[in-house]
Design a protein around this ligand. Structure first.
Ligand SMILES: [Zn+2]
Length: 127
């Protein structure tokens, strides 16, 4: 069972990084719906959260920094979307991190959670 899990994770990681390096996610971003303003971001977040089965309140905001997810001190999820990359696919990527509770920057984040988010953003695969 552990071997199966390891192979599954390896395949997910490989596919995710392959997608990342081929810039498919950037291509998808350019064809996905543009987020017009903060209100549109909030509405789209609600819609995409429901699609992923998230029930929690998520705070959204545009930023000039990289898009990211974090937790407030009171434990609420916060999604910051870079205004220059304000597209539905980027929001979907960040919401996948919320679903997987991936708020860190450790090894697992880069080699497991990031590829999963890229696969969801690019192909809609919720692994
Ligand atoms: Zn990510």
């Amino acid at each position: 069972m552990k071997t199966y899990r390891f192979l599954k994770d390896l395949i997910i990681s490989y596919a995710g990084w392959l997608t990342y390096f081929s810039y498919l996610d950037d291509l998808v971003m350019n064809f996905s719906e543009r987020i017009r303003d903060e209100e549109h971001l909030s509405e789209m977040c609600l819609e995409e959260s429901r699609r992923l089965g998230l029930r929690e309140l998520i705070l959204t905001r545009f930023t000039e920094d990289d898009s990211q997810v974090s937790l407030t001190k009171s434990g609420l999820c916060r999604v910051h979307i870079n205004y220059g990359q304000a597209h539905r696919s980027v929001l979907r990527h960040e919401l996948k991190h919320v679903k997987n509770r991936a708020f860190g920057s450790e090894f697992k984040y880069f080699f497991e959670e990031e590829p999963r988010a890229i696969l969801y953003e690019t192909f809609g695969l919720d692994l």
